[in-house]
Design a protein around this ligand. Sequence first.
Ligand code: AP5
Length: 228
Amino acid sequence: MSAANLRIVLLGCPGAGKGTQASALCGRYGLAHVATGDLFRAEVAAKTALGLKVSDYMKRGVLVPDETVNEMVAGKLGSLSGGWLLDGFPRTLSQAQELDKAMKAGGGRIDLILNLRMPPEEVVRRMAGRRSCPACGEVYNIESRPPKIEGKCDKCAGPLLQREDDKDATVRKRLMVYEDLTRPLAAYYRSEGAFEEVDGSLPADEVTQGAARIIDRLLAGRSGFSAG
Ligand code: AP5
């Protein structure tokens, strides 16, 4: 197996650093980054029918209905020919089962389920400091990853904004939803050999190194491959 064909699912609570790690790992291994939250935000910004349908769920910090998410992800994965990393999907048991079904139908499998462990009390603080660039999707943090010029994206110079669902009350709601519906997925996947965890509370570079060690080991075990 080569890195280019890897199929990875990244799990973790809101603010665990899924988007941050997904960007680093997709760059390093040449994978497509499929982030359901980003896909929905793009639909909301473009005011499409799907965007209008999901916007209220997102504002309230609750999950978009499974059928809507499953349909979007199936379409997205169907359009990809190489490896990918899923960020923010699956988030319910029903979504995980739908993904399993799709993988079996295509004769493939998920190579790695990587869970970012993170204490919830740290999350609220991280989210309060998050700033994102709506134009290019780059994510910053006023404490741990500030932009070079305050309020401006390093990559495209676009204005940085705070996400509407990063308000304190909405973050707490999202964490409750995570505890009820998404945390149980770790147990669902833990019984499978492909499940691994890293400590998401470490500095971002160290989290990336930990994840890369796991991926390199996986690749080396299967084909003698090791990435930079
Ligand atoms: P989504 O966008 O997926 O939000 P989320 O899972 O809540 O995750 P976040 O994007 O908030 O956090 P993250 O883990 O990516 O952290 P990040 O790297 O940005 O979903 C939004 C909404 O869409 C949902 O509420 C739901 O309504 C809907 N939705 C999406 N998918 C769905 C699905 N499958 N089913 C149903 N509904 C769905 O980092 C956060 C901050 O911390 C940043 O500022 C970053 O710079 C900083 N940071 C990151 N790592 C570190 C570190 N190691 N140390 C210090 N700071 C760090």
